[in-house]
Design a protein around this ligand. Structure first.
Ligand SMILES: [Cu+2]
Length: 153
C-alpha cells in the first residue's frame, strides 16, 4: 500500500511539472485546468465557460451568437471590476485608460462565426468584453452589458 501511495505522488508531480506549450493534451482526455475556455458573445453578454483558467497559455474559443450584431472579444488585465472600467464619451471602454492593460483581442466576429485566441496569462484578475461602439445605433456594447470578470489562478 505504501509503495502505491508513493507512486501516485510521483505521477502527480510529473504531470504538474510537465510540459509547457510543446505537449498537446492527449486526445479524449477530460477538459481540465488548462483546457480551452468557450466564450459566447451575444446581445448583451459575454459568457465564458468556465469563468476561470489556470495560468499559462489559455485558448478562448469565441462564438458570436448575435442574433444581429457583429461583436469583438477583448482580454484586459485589470484589478478593476468589469463594470467599473474607465470609459470615453460614447460609453465605450477607454483602452488606454488607467488601471487596465489590453492583453489581446479578436476584432469584428460576424454573427454565427467562431474564432480562437490563445494568450499567455499570468495569475490575476482579468475582464473579457466587447468594446464595439455603433455610431448608427449609438450603442456602446460595454454599456449594454457585454463584459464579465475572469480569473486566472
Ligand atoms: Cu458587442
Amino acid at each position: 500500500m505504501r509503495a502505491l501511495g508513493l507512486l501516485s505522488v510521483v505521477v502527480l508531480a510529473a504531470c504538474s511539472s510537465g510540459g509547457g506549450a510543446a505537449s498537446p493534451a492527449p486526445a479524449g482526455s477530460a477538459p481540465a485546468a488548462g483546457g480551452p475556455v468557450a466564450v459566447t458573445l451575444q446581445e448583451w453578454a459575454v459568457l465564458p465557460t468556465p469563468a476561470s483558467a489556470a495560468a499559462g497559455d489559455v485558448t478562448f474559443q469565441v462564438s458570436n451568437t448575435g442574433p444581429e450584431d457583429v461583436h469583438e472579444f477583448v482580454v484586459l488585465k485589470t484589478d478593476l471590476d468589469a463594470g467599473a472600467l474607465p470609459t470615453d464619451d460614447t460609453g465605450a471602454v477607454d483602452e488606454a485608460g488607467g488601471g487596465i492593460e489590453v492583453v489581446d483581442e479578436i476584432e469584428d466576429i460576424p454573427v454565427g462565426e467562431s474564432q480562437d485566441l490563445t494568450v499567455s496569462l499570468e495569475a490575476g484578475k482579468y475582464v473579457l468584453l466587447c468594446n464595439i461602439y455603433s455610431a448608427e445605433e449609438q450603442e456602446a456594447h460595454y454599456e449594454m452589458g457585454m463584459f464579465t470578470n475572469f480569473t486566472v489562478e
